[in-house]
Design a protein around this ligand. Structure first.
Ligand code: HEM
Length: 227
């Protein structure tokens, strides 16, 4: 299936604002429920959970952009990857800040203890550090300057996803269906990428094996011409 490219102006003026609107919706509903007093007895807990879960959902969405672009033959989807990735970081930054500010009262000593003692915080922090690095290196100018290093660095997004799912799984006290669902989606996305990588490797090995023959053929035909 091929989805026709909508043109640069439609992307800028129509699709991007819609995407912004959709991705900011969870914040709008959380804030409105907070001000209406509809977040229950423990609003901090609800906001921590919601921001964490939205961060993870949006992270998975950002990983699905490239496979979707390939499957639907719509390369222009890829333009939205950076925007979606930055929204993921926005939710995770809120998630982390609420925890640091309201749970730990900005006590960095407690934070360090938690990172060392509680394994779900250890992996959550690992994921946060990766997402932070990806967010600060996301501007186009930095990307150009970093070259291949940028590509390598941004492949860490899969590790951030794995750590994020483990963080969810280990923080869940009762029903762990949801972390397994997210983990399954992540495995599919990693699997898709792994298969593409392997196919590319096999292709490049077979073309490099084929090259001596064709060079020989070229050489041979050049010589035969001169004879
Ligand atoms: C330093 C970084 C982080 C800290 C300190 C942190 C802290 C927390 C805390 C305290 C909870 C609540 C656990 C409970 O119920 O007792 C939580 C849940 C959660 N966090 Fe994080 N987190 C961090 C990073 C992340 C990252 C990077 C992601 C996603 C990529 C994430 C996704 C989640 C999810 C999905 C939940 C469960 C939400 C639910 O139960 O509905 N967190 N986190």
């Amino acid at each position: 299936m091929h989805i026709k490219s909508p043109g640069i102006n439609a992307i800028r003026w129509r699709y991007k604002p819609v995407l912004h609107l959709l991705l900011i919706m969870p914040t709008v509903y959380l804030l409105s429920f907070l001000f209406l007093g509809k977040l229950g007895a423990n609003p901090v807990e609800v906001i921590t959970h919601e921001t964490g879960e939205w961060g993870l959902r949006i992270l998975l969405l950002s990983l699905a952009v490239t496979p979707a672009a390939r499957i639907f033959g719509a390369g222009w989807f890829v333009q939205f990857r950076r925007l979606i990735g930055l929204y993921c970081f926005f939710y995770i930054l809120m998630h982390f800040s609420i925890y640091l500010l309201l749970d730990l009262s900005l006590d960095f000593g407690y934070l360090l203890d938690d990172i060392i003692d509680r394994k779900y915080i250890t992996v959550g922090f690992g994921s946060f550090v990766i997402l932070f690095l990806l967010a600060i290196t996301s501007p186009i100018g930095i990307r150009r300057r970093m070259g291949q290093v940028w590509t390598r660095l941004h492949q860490l997004v899969y590790i951030a996803g794995v750590l994020g799912v483990l963080h969810f799984l280990w923080s869940t006290k009762a029903d762990d269906t949801e972390p397994f669902v997210y983990g399954g989606i992540l495995l599919l996305l990693i699997g898709y990428r792994a298969v593409r990588y392997l196919k590319k490797r096999v292709k490049s090995i077979s073309t490099s094996r084929a090259r001596p023959t064709s060079e020989f053929a070229k050489h041979f035909s050049a010589r035969s011409e001169s004879y």
